[in-house]
Design a protein around this ligand. Structure first.
Ligand SMILES: *[C@@H]1O[C@H](CO)[C@@H](O)[C@H](O)[C@H]1NC(C)=O
Ligand SMILES: *[C@@H]1O[C@H](CO)[C@@H](O)[C@H](O)[C@H]1NC(C)=O
Ligand SMILES: *[C@@H]1O[C@H](CO)[C@@H](O)[C@H](O)[C@H]1NC(C)=O
Ligand SMILES: *[C@@H]1O[C@H](CO)[C@@H](O)[C@H](O)[C@H]1NC(C)=O
Ligand SMILES: *[C@@H]1O[C@H](CO)[C@@H](O)[C@H](O)[C@H]1NC(C)=O
Ligand SMILES: *[C@@H]1O[C@H](CO)[C@@H](O)[C@H](O)[C@H]1NC(C)=O
Ligand SMILES: *[C@@H]1O[C@H](CO)[C@@H](O)[C@H](O)[C@H]1NC(C)=O
Ligand SMILES: *[C@@H]1O[C@H](CO)[C@@H](O)[C@H](O)[C@H]1NC(C)=O
Ligand SMILES: *[C@@H]1O[C@H](CO)[C@@H](O)[C@H](O)[C@H]1NC(C)=O
Length: 481
């Protein structure tokens, strides 16, 4: 019995709404609050109190203290701050930073003195530079029938996640991203709003029913088990490595080119860096992880292991197959001759296999990777087509309607209502299930037109015949004269 875990992934890149939560320029005052938030790249004004002498320092994230400015009212030259990205405006006694950088974050201390050099007041201010929230992305996967997981990720610092109000039931934080577990009753739109101290941004995605998944998420492929492994496009893959002194992992891709992905030695001090970097090597579990499988990850993976002396120990191979999930299962039918119907099934996805409602599994044919059935007139009602590949399955149903008596009318109808000519030529009608309700009216119309054309032809023929007859009469009369 295979574990049926449903899985679907959808990325939405549109930016719905975003905004800044801090004014530009940000004005931070030593005398107000001791926390100040500025967006990366934003302008910052730091007004200084009017004193005889000032000393501004920063204690950065490494707890190192730097002098930024030392000011004396009586000095003739304006003071030069360090770093020079800061400017001191003497008229307003304001420190200005044109474009804040992450390294400007820290604790700022300002010590003030009177004219005699006695300490007057000490102030501190915590300055926090945060990158704005951007690239809010939503995706979802189906964990088990009826249970869906929705993910929200974003770029930016100190992110806080908020979901559509009624969904704020079970959010979990995973690596700074947010995930929600939903039961099957949730359909439609889900919005994720991401916020930090300086900005907010949000994105919305529409949840769709998931196709059935035939592989677990993440897929775990082992070199020691089977030599065939199937992973859905976009799915996560774990590839545990055997515990050996030295390993070499290669891929032979579809063009028969071999590329080194990982070379590992137990004794090396730095963790190995796989190539391409979409692969990660987790040293603790000795597992190679691919976060999102792509089609070009398909290929033959070879793993060679060595002992401590560098002698070859084992040689493993694994065939990795990445398949797009089955989606958009579409059904249509056409009338071939009175009472004979052809039903078509098509779908998106890789390596598709088609299967029809059990009692119809009599005459299925494969046509350009799609499936078609020939049915006699006794078949009415619903027909289901189930499409499967190694990673997923999906299905759809259409209701068959009786075929019109005249086939020529039916083919006429098809070309005008559907605009799509089926693979076996324009003589066949394709009547999609959604159009079939109007189909009868169109059919009647087409039939009337044909009757009119037929009548016109008859009238025409009669006229021509009469003219020829009259001409003949005239000729006969002339000859008689
Ligand atoms: C700075 O401004 C003060 C008045 O606030 C003035 O006395 C001083 O001369 C100015 N210094 C420079 C260098 O312009
Ligand atoms: C300011 O801090 C210094 C030490 O950094 C201290 O000597 C001085 O007394 C403080 N001044 C005030 C007014 O608290
Ligand atoms: C990787 O893990 C092994 C133990 O399995 C350890 O001996 C080695 O130091 C680790 N290497 C790194 C770079 O962390
Ligand atoms: C595989 O495909 C992805 C995008 O689909 C691309 O970014 C990557 O460069 C490709 N890798 C190779 C080795 O062709
Ligand atoms: C691994 O074995 C295959 C045959 O099974 C062979 O073609 C390949 O050269 C071997 N690789 C190494 C590195 O020994
Ligand atoms: C089933 O067919 C309908 C009509 O063509 C379509 O809207 C729907 O998305 C299909 N369902 C699946 C699961 O492909
Ligand atoms: C078609 O699907 C049914 C389950 O829906 C299964 O029992 C049957 O074996 C399948 N037939 C083929 C030919 O795959
Ligand atoms: C076909 O299915 C639809 C809904 O799935 C249902 O309303 C209809 O009655 C079914 N038709 C027949 C003939 O079973
Ligand atoms: C059709 O797909 C739905 C999920 O979309 C699933 O619940 C149902 O079991 C499938 N039916 C067949 C016959 O595969």
């Amino acid at each position: 019995m295979r574990i049926q875990v449903i899985f679907g992934i959808l990325w939405i890149f549109t930016q719905a709404a975003m905004g800044l939560l801090v004014q530009d320029p940000v004005v931070c005052r030593f005398t107000e609050s001791n926390q100040c938030y500025v967006a990366l790249g934003q302008r910052l004004h730091l007004p200084m109190p009017l004193e005889e002498k000032l000393e501004l320092k920063i204690i950065d994230m490494t707890s190192t203290s730097h002098l930024i400015i030392r000011y004396r009212k009586i000095q003739s030259n304006p003071p030069k701050p360090n770093p020079p990205r800061w400017q001191f405006v003497n008229e307003s006694k304001t420190m200005i930073l044109t474009s804040a950088e992450r390294s400007d974050s820290g604790t700022y201390t300002l010590d003030t003195y009177d004219a005699n050099g006695n300490s007057k007041a000490n102030y501190t201010l915590q300055l926090n530079i945060e990158a704005e929230v951007s690239s809010v992305k939503l995706s979802f996967s189906c964990l088990s029938p009826g249970v869906m997981k929705v993910y929200c990720s974003a770029d930016g610092d100190n992110l806080r996640f908020n979901w559509t109000p009624d969904l704020n039931t079970l959010p979990q934080l995973e690596n700074g991203n947010s995930a929600l577990i939903l039961n099957k009753d949730h359909h439609g739109n889900v919005t994720c709003r991401v916020e930090n101290h300086v900005s907010y941004n949000n994105n919305t995605t529409e949840l769709h029913p998931c196709p059935g998944l035939l592989v677990q998420d993440p897929v775990v492929c082992r070199f020691t088990e089977s030599n065939q492994c199937y992973v859905a496009l976009g799915q996560r893959l774990h590839l545990p490595m055997p515990l050996e002194e030295k390993l070499e992992l290669n891929i032979i891709d579809k063009t028969s080119t071999s590329r080194l992905i990982l070379r590992y030695r137990k004794i090396q001090s730095n963790p190995p860096k796989p190539n391409p970097p979409r692969w990660q090597f987790v040293n603790e579990s000795k597992t190679m992880i691919l976060t999102s499988a792509e089609r070009n990850d398909s290929g033959t993976y070879t793993l060679v292991t060595f002992d401590a002396n560098g002698n070859k120990k084992d040689n493993y191979t694994l065939q990795l197959n990445i398949e797009a999930e089955v989606s958009s299962v579409k059904l249509s039918f056409s009338c071939l001759s009175p009472g004979v119907m052809k039903v078509y099934c098509s779908a998106d996805g890789d390596n598709l296999r088609f299967n029809w409602t059990s009692d119809l599994n009599t005459l299925p044919q494969l046509e350009n990777g799609n499936s078609a059935l020939i049915l006699n007139k006794d078949h009415h009602g619903n027909v289901t087509c189930r499409v499967e590949n190694h990673v997923s399955y999906n299905n759809n149903t259409t209701e068959l309607h009786p075929c019109p008596e005249s086939t020529t009318s039916a083919s006429f109808l098809a070309q005008f209502t559907n605009g799509k000519v089926p693979a076996d030529g324009p003589t066949t009608a394709v009547v999609t299930s959604t159009l079939s309700n109007d189909g009868f009216m169109v059919f009647v119309y087409v039939w009337l037109c044909e009757v009119i054309i037929l009548l016109s032809l008859l009238v025409g023929a009669f006229c021509i015949h009469t003219r020829i007859y009259r001409k003949q009469k005239i000729t006969e009369n002339q000859e008689a004269l």
